[in-house]
Each structure stands twice: as C-alpha cells, then as structure tokens.
Write a new protein. Structure first.
Lengths: 143, 221
C-alpha cells in the first residue's frame, strides 16, 4: 500500500470543533480501509488569498497534514466526503515519495557529493578509460 | 487555259522533287478531264463518231491465250514450290532454336540449382548460429530478470518490515492522537543557509530551540 499525505485547510474554528473536524477527516480515511500513520499541525495561518467555500469567505485557516496508507483508489474515494464537509476549505492528497538527496539527481550546489561532471580529474580519468576501451575494441576487431 | 496537272506539279512539293531529280523538264501532258463541264453537249465534230473496234487475229489470240495460261501455271507452280521450301526451312530453323533453347535452359537450371544449394548451406549454418546466439541471449535475459525479481522481492520485504515497524494510529487512540497533534506545532517554512544554519520563516510563533531538527547537508550524504 502506498503512503499518501492529505493536506487540508480547515476553518478557523474553536478547539473542540477543530478536533471534531479532524476526527471526521480521519474517520473518512479509516472507513475506506486506510490506515493513519500520523498527523501534523502547521497551525492557524492567514491564507495566501481570500478563499470562499460553503458560501462564506475565509481569510485564515488551520493547516493540518494527515499521513495515511491505503489503496490507490483511496485519494479519489475520500475526495467527495471531504468536499461536503463544511469545516474544510481546501483539501489535496499528495503521494509520498522516498526522499532522494538532490545531489544524486542533479548538480551538487553545496559540494557535499563529488559530482563527476564537475570534477576535472574524474572527468579526465573517465575519458582515459573510454580511450583505453576504444583501443582495445579496435584491436579485437582487427583480430 | 493552263494545264491543271502542270499547275499542281509546279505548286506542290512534287515539283521541287522533280526539279531536284534528273528530270529537269516535266512532260507536257494535256489533261482530258475537266476540259469541259458535264452539261455541254457532245462536240459537233464527234456527233456521229463511232469507235472502230481493235482488230483481233483469232489464231494469234488463241496462241496468246494458251501461252499466257501456261506462263501463269508455271509461275504459280514455281511460287508454290519456293513457298514450300521456305516454310520447310523455317520449320527446321525453329526446331533447332527450340532445341538450343531447351539445352540452354537446362544448363541455366543446373547452375541455379548449384548456386541455391551453396547459398542454402551457408544460410543454414548462419541460422544455426543465430538460433544458438538467441537462446544464449534469452537465457541471459531470463537470468537477469530473475536476479532483478529477487532484488525487488528483497526490497519489498524490507519495505514491508519497515511498514510493520511503523506504528499506525489505532481508531481507539484517534482522539488522543488528535489532541497531541493540536497541541504540537511543526513549521516547514524555514530556509537553510550554505553553512547549514536554519532561518525560520514568516510566522515563527515558536522559539528557535523548538524549531524542527537542524539538518546539515553534510549529514545527508
């Protein structure tokens, strides 16, 4: 089962209502056969722009992240009940990917890993090795 | 009135041809036709003119008839004889041609057969080698795939164990977990400097010592 992260913006509610809203979100996931790994609270923040949902305008919201495991259909399944929940302003599900240090993928800007493409000596050794192989192959072809 | 034929000859290409040939002067011929229109009556001088029949000597005519018949028979017989001979000759030539052609064809067939056999032997050899190479390749690929599969299985098992180790929140503990979550506060809105220092973001509503764990890039690699 893949891991997903549900990032949800809830209304600026009082504590008991907020905990009830989070519980509803969690129950949505649990009802569809998901398993909750953990939750994170990013706190009450002003929204980047005025958002309107369920007939009212919002200027600040509670940011909550819920990490869960489930089938690949789960993100689609929990979408509709979340939309119907009046405490939810916005919700999105992201697929969790294994974190790979960016140096392994692209050029290393901070110099923690030697990047062969940027190292003169390594580049030369590579070129030399390629040349030796090329020579050997040429000899083999001649024989 | 000018002679129409002469006019015609003078005006046409034929005249040029004639001039170019050895005959410099075309013959002077008066055409009888078109001399007078059809509705004009017979000329006065020819009104009672009766043509005298050509005198025929019966003996001579008979002789001529006989001789001419004989001549015609002779010529016909010679013509037929030559025709037969010619046809026979052509038949002979055709027969010879056919024979030669058949011989040629036989020779060519033999050559082609020989060449085909030669090529077939080479092809068979090559195909055998190809089959062996293909089998080898398939075996290699299968082995590689098996190794890959094993590797993936091991990885999946590792992942599964990791998942097993992870503590999922049980539905009974949900209320408690939510309370803990609401009490805590995490903030990813921070920057890391080149030296690895963490600079908190726009809304650092918590002291620096409670900030997310300091991560240095040197720890990652």
């Amino acid at each position: 089962m893949p891991t997903y992260e549900l990032s949800v913006i809830l209304k600026a509610l009082q504590r008991p209502q907020l905990s009830a809203a989070v519980k509803r979100c969690c129950n949505n996931i649990l009802d569809q056969g998901g398993m909750i790994r953990g939750m994170e609270n990013l706190g009450l923040k002003p929204l980047p722009y005025k958002m309107s949902s369920h007939g009212s305008k919002h200027y600040e919201g509670n940011y909550v992240l819920i990490k869960f495991d489930g089938s690949t259909h789960l993100p689609k399944l929990i979408e509709e009940p979340m939309k119907r929940d009046s405490a939810v302003i916005r919700q999105t599900v992201f697929a969790e990917r294994e974190w790979v240090p960016p140096c392994l993928v692209e050029a290393c800007h901070f110099g923690e890993i030697q990047n062969p493409d940027h190292e003169r000596s390594i580049w030369w050794s590579r070129v030399n090795r390629r040349y030796v192989r090329w020579e050997r192959r040429k000899k083999e072809n001649q024989c | 009135m000018l002679c129409p034929l002469r006019n015609l000859i003078k005006s046409s290409v034929a005249h040029k041809v004639l001039l170019e040939s050895s005959i410099k002067q075309p013959p002077l011929v008066n055409s009888v036709r078109f001399r007078k229109p059809r509705w004009l009556p017979i000329a006065k001088s020819k009104e009672f003119y009766v043509r005298k029949p050509t005198p025929v000597i019966p003996e001579e005519a008979e002789e001529l008839y006989l001789r001419y018949s004989k001549y015609r028979a002779d010529v016909e017989s010679i013509r037929l004889f030559l025709k037969e001979q010619l046809s026979q000759k052509s038949v002979n030539i055709m027969e010879k041609q056919e024979k030669d052609d058949a011989a040629d064809l036989k020779l060519m067939e033999e050559q082609v057969k020989e060449y085909n056999n030669q090529v077939a032997a080479l092809r068979q050899e090559r195909q055998n080698q190809e089959v062996i190479a293909e089998q080898k390749r398939i075996e290699e690929v299968m082995q590689k795939q098996q190794e890959e599969r094993l590797k993936r299985t091991l990885q999946a098992e590792k992942k599964l164990e990791k998942n097993k180790a992870a503590s999922f929140i049980q539905p009974e503990d949900l209320d408690q977990a939510i309370e803990i979550m609401l009490d805590s506060r995490s903030d990813y809105n921070y920057a890391i400097t080149n030296s690895g220092d963490v600079i908190l973001g726009e809304y650092p509503d918590q002291p620096l010592d409670k900030a997310p764990p300091r991560t240095k890039m040197s720890d990652i690699s």
